[in-house]
Design a protein around this ligand. Structure first.
Ligand SMILES: Nc1nc2c(c(=O)[nH]1)N[C@H]1C(S)=C(S)[C@@H](COP(=O)(O)O)O[C@H]1N2
Ligand SMILES: [Mo]
Length: 333
């Protein structure tokens, strides 16, 4: 009996994404990006098998034995900690819907489908321990202002983030969509820095160092021009929205009713408003939300449309709960 697989009539897959013009995988077979098929998505959860993947650290996907894996927290703490996966699973857990988006996820004028232009974002239900729980256990020294998170690959690719972010909502996740985090997404443990550029969400997390300054390191190439004091806001994604149905490359059968659907998200918090235009931006109409928008999660919106059969352009735009309506352009991995 075929019970493990989806119907063979369903053919939607991730595609290699030429992020930043680089082929995927690159000439060394190491850097690769896989884009999620947003045009076929329904609801807001990306199944793990279709979650986008960005691997940027000159790395293979590490094959980590969770029984041997540990997370060490050290640096400017009273008591450094080394935790096994079992230790982590004993601690109070939280479960959250959370989007991740690669900073390079945007239209460049050449992509034909929403998967090609915006497939480097996904939203999963993540389960784990709040980083604040662990830092309270360690005890932060008063000089602790930044932290650096490190993965297990040969290129550590640590990222500096303000300690305020760690205490606010960073999550150390071992669960993804009701099962263990998938290898491509960081098994057995990853950091989630809600709303920050994808690159900050360190996969294969094995070390967190608490420090007293912004560390310049491998991952900061996108942030080198920033004043460290202003960097925290600069790390944020969005707000953004895209139409997923009907979208590029799809043929509509004919005039008549269509529910236009799309996804909106923001690193600033919950999406507040989405508007849709069906006439190339002349008139903007309020979209409806499918469910209540959640902080740092993809939000599904819709707009009821009667197509007259004439050529037109469908657009969307959004704002978030802190009133932002711009999309910053980052570089990232
Ligand atoms: N250890 C490690 N963490 C990493 C990366 C990586 O290559 N190695 N890639 C980063 C980048 S650039 C992005 S956009 C996100 C992608 O997460 P995903 O592959 O689970 O979608 O992970 C980030 N964390
Ligand atoms: Mo990325």
């Amino acid at each position: 009996m075929m019970c493990k697989l989806r119907s063979h009539f369903v053919t939607s897959v991730r595609i290699a994404h030429p992020m930043g013009g680089r082929p995927s995988p690159d000439a060394f077979g190491k850097v690769f990006h896989l884009a999620s098929p947003l045009q076929d998505s329904v609801g807001v959860i990306t199944p793990s098998s279709l979650h986008y993947v960005a691997t940027t650290r000159g790395s293979y996907i590490p094959d980590i034995d969770p029984k041997k894996h540990t997370l060490t927290i050290h640096g400017l703490v009273d008591q450094p900690l080394t935790l096994t996966m079992e230790d982590l699973k004993r601690l109070p857990s939280v479960t959250r819907l959370q989007f991740i988006e690669c900073a390079g996820n945007r239209h460049n004028g050449r992509q034909k489908t929403v998967q090609e232009s915006h497939g480097m974002t996904s939203c999963a239900e993540w389960t784990g321990v709040l980083l604040s729980t662990l830092l309270k256990e360690c005890g932060l020294k008063s000089s602790a202002t930044w932290f650096v998170a490190e993965g297990a690959e040969e290129v550590k690719g640590a990222s500096s983030m303000p300690i305020a972010k760690a205490m606010d909502d960073c999550l150390i996740a071992y669960g993804m969509n009701g099962e263990a985090v998938r290898p491509q997404n960081g098994f057995p443990l990853r950091l989630l820095a809600p709303g920050f550029e994808g690159i900050f969400n360190t996969k294969f997390l094995r070390r967190i160092k608490v420090v007293d300054r912004y560390y310049m390191n491998y991952n900061e190439f996108g942030h080198l021009d920033r004043d460290p004091k202003e960097a925290a806001l600069g790390f944020q994604i969005g707000p953004k929205s895209v139409i997923t149905y009907p979208s590029g490359g799809r043929q509509l059968p004919g005039r008549g009713f269509y529910e236009i659907r799309g996804l909106a998200w923001s690193g600033g918090g919950a999406v507040r408003t989405v508007e849709v235009s069906t006439d190339g931006g002349r008139k903007w109409n309020p979209a409806e939300f499918k469910g209540t928008p959640q902080r740092m999660a993809l939000t599904r919106f819709s707009y009821a449309w009667n197509w007259d059969g004439n050529e037109t352009e469908i657009l969307s735009r959004c704002t978030d709960e802190i009133g932002q309506h711009w999309a910053r352009s980052g570089c990232g991995g």
